[in-house]
Design a binder for this molecule. Sequence first.
Ligand SMILES: [Zn+2]
Length: 330
Amino acid sequence: MSAQPQVPPPWTAQARSALIAAQRAGRLPHALLIHESPGAGGEWLAHWAAGLALCQRPAAAPCGACTGCRRALAWQHPDLMRVAPLEDSRQIRIEQVRELAAELALTSHAGGWRAGILSPADSLNRFAANALLKTLEEPPARTLLMLVATEPSRLPATVLSRCQRLSVRAPARAEALAWLMQVRGTGDWGGALDAVGEGPMLLAQAEPGPLAQIGAETRQTLDALAAGRADPLATAERWGRSELALRLRGFEKWLTERIRSGIVAGADITELRAGPYLPGPRAFLNIRELFGLLDEVRELRTALEVPLNRALALEALFRRLAPRGAGAAA
Ligand SMILES: [Zn+2]
């Protein structure tokens, strides 16, 4: 929850206009679900909308200059609350939601609106989501509760049905690059985007050079593994020692690109699923195997904090990349 980039992402312009129109008409929703593509800036938009609600010049909100705006921008406004999973947890817990609900039920410190942001809201556990439902059913006056989620389908339908929805899609690559240049100056943003495999908002505070380097190295390693030119065990140990989360993102992206290129190649998907290899000169794993690997890489990524033998899990995945028979001799 760092400071916002000063240049608003242009791909959020439509969402911002809709919110401004609602605020000017006195129809700011009580509950807003911001459905974002990964890294597209859903939380940025929620933070911006909090400024819209907390600005002391409603006719020009968010003016960016009043005390309300400045405090909101710095995450120091007493009427702005943010709830995220606690450090040692991947879930937003019921106690956190109860605390937020109790805060929102109080009179605002500044005499205006109160805003609460739950992000990522798809990390609300079942009990926490149920507790939130009470607030959504009887929202206190002048409160703006925002749920930021990349996978809203993980939230109960009862919660979803009580929220107005707003989507933030990741921008086209050229637009993402232009914005990053504007916000951060020159750098290997293309390489950095390739490395994280997600929207540009993740890079708003990052150093592009090292990211791009790890991304490129990750792709080369995976190509080598798939060609039987790299050792799965040594690679798994190396990945386990540094930047594993980033490398797993790269792995995910690498698999996704292969799945796409298989589909784009024009072959019938059912045929691909049935056949052992993709058609074409570069025989490779079939689509079903690629999807299976993708699921397992994602699982490994979300389970990173859980103590497990990462190297062992990675090595097993790498062995499945190698051409059939290549690992047999080892
Ligand atoms: Zn203001």
